[in-house]
Design a protein around this ligand. Structure first.
Ligand SMILES: [Zn+2]
Length: 242
């Protein structure tokens, strides 16, 4: 939470730079490195951003680099890094984005600062309350009849449902994927929720064949339901295990 607050504060900070400020700023910026970055040489924050006090404000070095070249940063905008190096002041590596742009960029590059709560990111990436899409652009929402028409088209029901209007398109019987590509259907232990293995199924069947037991006793012994034991014995399930 602390990080995101800092970031928002950073996005608000504006300052006018004098010639002297600009000279002072560049005196603390290193030469162009092999990767094209120009690193901030003076004080840095824990997160690696350069900081300089100008006009009574602590300013991030990337924002100062932008202001030094472009004069100002539009209100509410962030100066983002294409190189992902927080201390970089190379103007060619900087781009203007909204806080959401910057967050999306961070998330997509998976370099989200450690420990930042997921909720803090989501609050910015998908705004809530008055900033939510539904409040910001209520005219864009389809409501009433328009909404129901859309929904009818998207998920038609009853007689209009795809399975009734074009039944010939459904793969049934021998055309079904289970028959045409049996190897793609998970069976036995490959089914994620399966409690049993082929060895256990074979053991269940051989116990039953020896006799002197019951579905109930086998169910207790192997930790599955009586119904499942019956299905195994009758080869309604695990039929592929011979
Ligand atoms: Zn850079």
């Amino acid at each position: 939470m602390q990080n995101s607050t800092k970031l928002i504060d950073g996005a608000k900070a504006q300052v006018k730079l004098t010639e002297k400020d600009i000279a002072r700023f560049y005196s603390k910026v290193g030469p162009v490195g092999a990767d094209g970055c120009r690193l901030w040489l003076a004080g840095k924050s824990k997160s690696g951003y350069g900081y300089l006090r100008v006009g009574g404000k602590n300013m991030r070095s990337n924002r100062l680099a932008w202001i030094a070249v472009n004069g100002c940063i539009p209100k509410g905008m962030c100066v983002c890094h294409s190189c992902d190096v927080p201390a970089c002041c190379q103007i060619e590596h900087l781009w203007l984005g909204t806080i959401a742009d910057d967050m999306r960029d961070k998330v997509s590059k998976s370099r989200q600062s450690k420990g930042e709560p997921h909720s803090a990111i989501m609050k910015i990436v998908s705004p809530r309350g008055d900033a939510h899409h539904a409040r910001a652009h209520p005219e864009r929402l389809s409501r009433g009849k328009r909404h129901s028409d859309i929904m009818r088209r998207v998920a038609s029901r009853g007689e209009a449902h795809f399975s009734r209007t074009c039944p010939e398109r459904l793969a049934r019987g021998d055309r079904n994927g289970r028959h045409t590509m049996p190897e793609k259907t998970a069976r036995g232990a490959a089914v994620g929720s399966s409690k049993l293995t082929e060895a256990i199924v074979l053991a269940v069947r051989s116990c039953y064949n020896i006799g002197g037991t019951s579905y109930r006793k086998l169910a207790c012994k192997f930790g599955v339901s009586k119904a499942q034991i019956r299905r195994i014995i009758c080869r309604e399930s695990w039929a592929h295990v011979v």
